[in-house]
Design a protein around this ligand. Structure first.
Ligand SMILES: [Zn+2]
Ligand SMILES: [Zn+2]
Length: 368
């Protein structure tokens, strides 16, 4: 059967359009293999239907916007479609305190983006999409079930969405060094016996006799494969964003200071003790403290009593910290909880002092 196709409305072709803000002629530019209309004067640009996904990011295409990102229902806009379809619609999209107002044409479904809106639109829509899907969902059901079971068994959190702008080379290097040092340590213990630990592990009574270097060296050794695996996972989850935000120098200062403060806290709680303490946990707890200060709004997926749910990093980390405090009083435990709490506090305090110098992500005011 034949249905007449509705005729597309007459459109002003590219190269003849004008900026809806400043009436300047829009110039045709090629970006990511598609042609867009850009205003040289105000920096705004018009993207025809389907081009937002190519230019801004896959999730920026209007038909992929999840309904959760609409901060308020669409309303009339003051701007007119550059392709000649009259007044556009105004869409206010928001997620996690970041808002962006986009103008879209109801006829040709093109989008008008002001100068800095593309970046916010990309981050708002991809964050909303990532946060409304379970971990591994993008890789299929098997990955999703697998991650759930791993979380159930290990109680490890999975970060919901916190991309880094640069590759975290320092964290990668740290992970490789810790693995290498762990194997060297195992070879020494197999050859010489566990007495070698006396020189590099933190033994309170030896620290009192001047083994000050152990405040650092203990943080580069681990007691077992599970011990190092757990620590490296937390380093990988929380470390990359802290390195990204603070930079390598401040990250290194924070990491080593947290190791020393964690060691000192452990020493104060175990004066004249003779049991050796090893592990990067204090330093990594410092990264968790820093993460809490730098990214309190980011969410993590957790599995608790068989239920998988997401919660803000700040709540996860505060519960984690509370558990450390409770376990201080559990004398049968062999985990250095005081080192965790000391390292965490040092990391949070340093991140608080350092964060002002980094460039925070641009945030728009919420709509009125
Ligand atoms: Zn303009
Ligand atoms: Zn239009």
């Amino acid at each position: 059967m034949y249905y007449p196709q509705p005729q597309p409305p007459p459109s002003i072709p590219q190269g003849h359009r004008h900026c809806p803000r400043c009436t300047y002629p829009l110039e045709v530019r090629v970006q990511n293999d598609v042609t867009i209309d850009a205003c040289r004067r105000c920096g705004g640009s018009f993207l025809d239907l389907g081009k937002a996904g190519r230019v801004v990011g896959e999730d920026a295409d209007p038909h992929k916007w999840p309904k959760e990102v609409f901060a308020r229902p669409p309303g009339p806009s003051w701007l007119r479609c550059p392709a000649g379809h009259g007044p556009m619609w105004s869409f206010v999209l928001g997620w996690e305190g970041r808002y962006v107002e986009i103008d879209g044409c109801g006829v040709c479904r093109g989008l008008w983006l002001d100068a800095n809106e593309a970046e916010v639109l990309g981050s708002v829509t991809s964050q909303a999409k990532a946060e409304s899907t379970r971990p591994g969902a993008s890789k299929g059901t098997a990955a999703m079930v697998g991650l759930y079971l791993v979380q159930l068994a290990t109680m490890m959190p999975v970060e919901v969405y916190n991309p880094v702008k640069r590759r975290p080379w320092l964290v990668y290097g740290l992970i490789l060094s810790l693995i290498a040092l762990f194997f060297i340590e195992m070879i020494f213990i197999a050859g010489v016996g566990p007495t070698v630990l006396q020189y590099t592990a933190l033994v309170p009574v030896r620290l009192e006799r001047g083994y000050v270097h152990t405040l650092i060296t203990h943080a580069f050794m681990h007691g077992s494969i599970f011990h190092i695996a757990g620590n490296l996972y937390f380093l990988w989850i929380f470390g990359d964003n802290v390195e990204d935000r603070l930079g390598r120098l401040r990250f290194s200062i924070l990491y080593l200071t947290a190791a020393v403060v964690g060691g000192l806290a452990h020493w104060i709680g175990n004066l004249h003790g003779t049991t050796p303490m090893v592990g990067a946990s204090g330093a990594i707890a410092g990264l968790m403290g820093a993460y809490l200060v730098l990214f309190p709004r980011v969410k993590v997926w957790v599995v608790f009593f068989f239920v998988q749910f997401k919660l803000r990093a700040i709540w996860y980390l505060l519960v984690w910290l509370g558990m450390q405090f409770l376990l201080i009083f559990d004398k049968s435990s062999n985990v250095a909880w005081l080192a965790h709490v000391g390292g965490f506090a040092a990391g949070a305090a340093l991140a608080f002092a350092m964060k002002g110098k980094g460039a925070p992500p641009p945030a728009l005011a919420p709509p009125r």
